[in-house]
Design a protein around this ligand. Structure first.
Ligand code: MSK
Length: 661
């Protein structure tokens, strides 16, 4: 294989990496080559929770014999490391959710005058989940009550998170039986840090149960709250067309990239960038207009709601700058490589940090405040426009891009299976029962320079749909599929197995449904809950013919997400070496014991072919346990008729020809 093909599976990325190497520009790909992973830390055998250490628990019989100075065993150390990763991931998503809750509150009370409730229907739906009266009340009063109730979920000391009741009853029973129903989000994160500090909790299973409780607080708390508030404020996504890859940047327009995770400022920038006086300002600087692009999960947020094109996922951030076409890049929190500030000095790009929580040496800082959102967004757009004049000719100027269809929220997936008046998950359940769809895989998580970046996502995406598995993608998994050109309905015609192809053709959807950012993995939780409620498959999330895969994960957030799926009943497969691989005992707990208790084991498997085989095996075993028709490609059992477009239009004619989610 060519040396360059070892770095990224994406052709456009490869061209830029090659261009960068020729110009002596260092990226994460080269740093990954130079910096070998520490084999002790990589497998969870290094303890550094106190300053007697770090203690490295290695050796032939480390599991039985090795002890830290305090006497901590390898299983204790590995379990503690895992729980700390979960706590960090949960803190990240949930702090994002907290900011969203305060933005909703400020919008409802009129303090954040630039924001308003865009999706009243979703607000009422959420109010219903929270037992808040909404009939006949002013919208902002309902929104205020919703925000205040969500804020309670962070600091609650006793009881349970409000949203646990959105899970199937049997799933809730499992949580209560095993003591993993979370109280308040902050309490679980705080307790995770306490239990894993020196000299506290030393029993691996006990530690990991609290890890699951913390992770469930992330999924059914932080992530779900962030998703719902974002929908309420900015609209629930429905399918939109857009584009992906570096060719989204325009030579003759101001290119402004929004990168990071929190969507409020990005939403305001989207709004401001189309204002006539802003466009006139760009023109006064010699540009033809203002072109917005996204990166990482902020990209997913504005792509899902506005069709703003994406330049890709995590490993594309440096490469985007190396096109030479980015006039400014705003970054807030999570998954921002600090290297971009140094790299930007070689070009003209301005890196603008915007969160009060996060600064990068060498970047300029324009602090976001939701009370002055429009004013700050305008300031940022102007900085980008001013910088257009400084654009140099250096850069890779790559022009590859692909069409994308995104925007598959829970609500839209429900709608597309029967229209507004008969929206349900019945057709999907029926298609699975009949064997037309073999199962469902959530393809999520980061892209990673330690493997040919995006390559395992691409391999699994094509193989799974070939095997009639419907994919719901999120985060950088979606970006990996988008920049490969996989997020279109045509993908089903070319690559999907016969059953999945038929379903996609009937409904007019791609075989890979882009469901949003990392926090929007919560949409998959509620989709699975709705499928359980619909009947005919499992009556809980556990036991469904579904699997989650994060083949190139790198972030602690991915671990928290994986664990909340495990605790909810979904087998999870991570790529790479196991971060608890040094301990057979911890590995056994996270696979066998979690399977017995929750039907959600967690595997780490570096070989992509084995990942695929494992996923299909779980799906087929779940089908067998549910006594569904054995999956055979091209041979389907009886099922109800799927609602095709014509049938749905008939239905809509009788009601309202307007899709209102
Ligand atoms: S951005 S956590 S690299 S998915 Fe949500 Fe991508 Fe992983 Fe960050």
């Amino acid at each position: 294989m060519d040396k360059h093909l070892m770095k990224s599976a994406d052709e456009a990325s490869e061209k830029i990496i090659e261009w960068g190497e020729a110009h002596k520009l260092e990226t994460c790909f080269e740093r990954a080559e130079k910096l070998k992973q520490c084999p002790i830390g990589e497998t969870g055998a290094c303890c550094k929770v106190c300053h007697m250490g770090p203690c490295r628990l290695v050796g032939k019989n480390a599991e039985e014999e090795a002890r830290g100075i305090c006497g901590a065993t390898l299983p204790t150390v590995a379990a503690r490391n895992m729980v700390r990763m979960i706590a960090a991931g949960t803190a990240a998503h949930s702090d994002h959710a907290r900011d969203m809750a305060f933005t909703l509150l400020a919008a409802a009370t009129g303090e954040a005058k630039d924001f308003e409730i865009k999706d009243v229907r979703k607000l009422y739906r959420v109010a219903g989940y929270l037992d808040i009266e909404f009939e006949g009340r002013p919208v902002n009063d309902v929104a205020k009550d919703v925000a205040l109730k969500f804020i309670e979920d962070f600091g609650r000391q006793k009881g349970e998170l409000y949203y646990l009741k959105r899970a199937p009853k049997k799933t809730q029973e499992r949580w209560r039986k095993w003591g993993v129903a979370p109280r308040g989000i902050d309490r679980e994160v705080c307790e995770a840090m306490h239990r894993t500090s020196v000299g506290v909790d030393h029993e691996p299973d006990h530690l990991l149960l609290h890890g699951l409780r913390t992770a469930i607080a992330d999924g059914w708390g932080g992530c779900m709250i962030a998703t719902d508030i974002t929908d309420i404020l900015f609209g629930t996504p429905r399918p939109v067309k857009a584009e992906a890859s570096f060719g989204i940047f325009k030579e003759d327009e101001v290119n402004l990239v929004v990168h990071g995770h929190e969507p409020s400022l990005a939403e305001m920038i989207v709004d401001v960038a189309s204002e006539p006086d802003m466009i006139a300002y760009a023109k006064s600087k010699g540009a033809k207009g203002i072109n917005l692009g996204g990166m990482c999960c902020t990209a997913n947020e504005v792509l899902m709601r506005h069709g703003i094109p994406t330049a890709g996922g995590f490993t594309n951030q440096e490469l985007g700058i190396m096109t030479g076409l980015v006039d400014a890049m705003t970054v807030d929190v999570q998954c921002i490589m600090p290297a971009i500030a140094e790299l930007s000095k070689k070009f003209h790009t301005k890196i603008i940090t915007t969160s009060e929580k996060a600064k990068i040496p060498g970047a300029m800082h324009v602090e976001y405040d939701e009370h002055r959102a429009r004013e700050i967004a305008r300031e940022i757009v102007k900085i980008a426009c001013d910088n257009y004049q400084n654009r140099k000719t250096e850069g890779s100027h790559i022009t590859d891009k692909f069409p994308v269809v995104a925007g598959f929220s829970h609500e839209y997936i429900e709608y597309m299976q029967g229209g507004r008046w008969r929206a349900s998950f019945r057709p999907l359940n029926d298609a699975i029962m009949a064997g037309r769809i073999r199962g469902v895989v959530g393809l999520a998580g980061c892209d990673n320079p330690r493997v040919p970046s995006t390559g395992i996502h691409r391999y699994l995406a094509t193989e799974l749909i070939k095997n009639d598995v419907l994919i719901v993608s999120t985060g950088c998994g979606s970006a990996a599929c988008g920049t490969a050109g996989y997020l279109t309905p045509e993908m089903a015609l070319e690559h999907a197995g016969p059953g999945l192809r038929e379903v996609c053709e009937a409904i007019g959807i791609p075989p890979i449904l882009h469901a949003g950012a990392c926090v929007d993995n919560s949409r998959i939780l509620t989709i699975l809950s709705a499928m359980a409620e619909e009947g005919g498959l499992s009556d809980e999330i556990g036991g469904m013919p579904g699997v989650g895969i994060a083949p190139e994960w790198m972030s602690e957030k991915a671990i928290a997400i994986g664990c909340y799926f495990c605790g909810s009943g979904v087998p999870i497969i991570f790529g790479g070496e196991s971060p608890v691989g040094a301990s057979q005992e911890v590995t056994r707990i996270m696979t066998d014991v979690w399977w017995e208790r929750f039907k959600g084991p967690m595997h780490f498997e570096p070989d992509p072919e084995k990942m695929l085989a494992l996923a299909l095996d779980y799906i087929d075993k779940a089908r067998e346990a549910l006594k569904l028709k054995k999956y055979e490609p091209g041979k389907f059992g009886a099922e109800r008729v799927l609602m095709d477009m014509a049938a749905r239009r008939e239905l809509e004619k009788a009601a309202k020809p307007h899709i209102e989610l």
